[in-house]
Ligand binder design. Structure first.
Ligand SMILES: *Cc1c(COP(=O)(O)O)cnc(C)c1O
Length: 455
């Protein structure tokens, strides 16, 4: 592609992105498509000859957005939204242009150093202690996997008798990480939670004691700040005490709710995290970063090096003693320049404005919860601590399924979970462009969908 050609289509693409962002409400958040619809519209044979960019972009416009679930839509309330924003998109474009691979300091000094600086800024925003080592991963699942391997490495010895612990409401990625780290499935404990869905510290202690008595070796506990189902917060200070007493590695999963700590009045949500051995938060969830960007902090970078450093001769450089080569802290060798978009976002918004956006999301969630409370046909199913509301129609699971289907077919996208065996609807607010009208509209749609009771 010549520079002239790139310039022409580059402008066209940027114009498309600007229009898409401005007019996103023209798209339904959920496309009316069936599995295989897009495949049926694409040629099965790979192109033998090159095609024009005009043809490719025309097909993009015609085929791709209509087959998309629009995560950037202000009526996307299903999962913890990842809201992409202008500065983040621009950072991604420049990162692709330079195409650096940050495996070593030498291979891309700015990738290593900007990651170090932005993660230290983020640490300050979150009110975390100095001297934390931070590293960017693609997802929280990957970050948690690395934390569990580091914890296993610190425990030493054979894996066969190692046991680890997490709340019954912990994200599935915690169990997956333990399995991938070589922990036996029967040694992964799900600890009972209390009425507010917080891990019970007494049950954790009892479970550890039982394992010790059985001759097993407890090595790691994961606490959750903002569980995926209902955004509950485990009692980190109590869990910390138990972890310290038994020499367990404490990993904290705050993938979604950790971002709330940039709001001054919400700093308390990370209470106790300064004692954790590792901690994960996803700026791609609630800090306006485009997919993907997950941050892992740890007090023990050496445990990660010990687990993962393995340096072939071709990658040795004269700087190895003076720098952190990021490849030494995890599985991937290659490393995208993700810090660039984080740098753009942090500078463009600043903490105050970003905090204001998050506060707005929490205010809207509180207002939605009030609307639910005022309608006696519905009930709230979990405390609303952040921007997630769990609620249900006080009927059968089937009633709730029907409501969800109808609402999702009419311009909104909510999700569901199970709490105490019952089907519960989830409304998660996290898009930068969501307004209170979107939230009130969702409530109207839910009430319309539940009107079957009145007929
Ligand atoms: C979303 C989420 C995860 C998984 O995040 P990925 O980055 O998609 O791997 C893990 N834990 C919690 C609490 C989450 O909300």
């Amino acid at each position: 592609m010549t520079p002239e050609e790139f310039r022409k289509f580059g402008h066209e693409v940027v114009d498309w992105i600007a229009d898409y962002s401005a007019n996103i409400r023209d798209f339904p958040v959920l496309p009316a498509v069936e599995p295989g619809d897009l495949i049926a519209k694409l040629p099965a044979d790979a192109p033998e000859e090159g095609e024009s960019m005009e043809a490719i972009l025309a097909d993009f416009r015609r085929l791709i957005p209509p087959h998309m679930t629009h995560w950037n839509h202000p009526r996307f309330f299903a999962y913890f939204a990842n809201s992409s924003t202008g500065p983040g998109i621009l950072g991604e474009m420049l990162s692709a242009a330079m195409n650096a691979n940050g495996m070593l300091w030498r291979s891309a000094p700015a990738v290593s150093e900007l990651e170090e600086v932005t993660l230290d800024w983020l640490r300050q925003w979150l009110g975390l202690p100095e001297k934390l080592f931070g590293i960017i991963h693609d997802t929280a699942s990957t970050a948690t996997f690395h934390a569990l391997v580091a914890a296993r490495e610190r425990a030493g010895g054979d894996h066969g008798d190692l046991t680890c612990y997490a709340s019954e409401h912990a994200h599935s990625s915690v169990e997956k990480a333990a399995l991938a780290a070589g922990i036996a499935r029967e040694n992964i404990r799900r600890v009972e939670a209390d009425h507010d869905f917080r891990m019970r510290a007494d049950r954790l202690e009892a479970s550890i004691q039982a394992d010790l008595t059985a001759g097993l070796r407890p090595f790691c506990v994961t606490a959750c700040i903002g569980t995926t189902g209902m955004a509950s917060v485990d009692p980190v200070p109590d869990i910390t005490k138990i972890a310290v007493q038994h020499g367990l590695w404490l990993h904290v999963d705050a993938a979604y709710a950790g971002s709330a700590a940039i709001v001054s009045s919400m700093r308390h949500v990370l209470e106790g995290v300064e004692q954790a051995d590792s901690f994960v938060v996803n700026p791609h969830k609630w800090m306006l970063a485009p997919m993907d960007l997950s941050v892992l902090y740890t007090r023990h970078p050496e445990a990660f090096r010990q687990a993962f450093s393995l340096i072939p001769e071709i990658l040795r450089t004269p700087y190895d003693d003076a720098v952190n080569n990021r490849m030494d802290y995890g599985v991937p060798l290659g490393r995208r320049f993700r810090a660039l978009k984080l740098w753009f976002i942090m500078r463009y918004y600043g903490r105050q404005r970003l905090a204001g956006i998050l506060e707005g999301h929490m205010r809207m969630a509180a207002e939605f919860a009030e609307m639910v409370k005022r309608d006696e046909r519905f009930e709230l199913c979990a405390p609303v601590l952040f921007s997630l509301v769990c609620f249900r129609y006080q009927g059968t699971d089937d009633d709730n399924s029907r409501i969800l289907e109808q609402v999702n077919g009419s311009g909104w996208f909510l999700s569901h979970t199970r709490i105490g065996g019952r089907k519960v609807l989830r409304l998660a607010i996290g898009n930068r462009a969501t307004t209170i009208e979107d939230v009130r509209g969702a409530w109207d749609a839910i009430r319309r969908a539940s009107a079957f009771e009145l007929t």
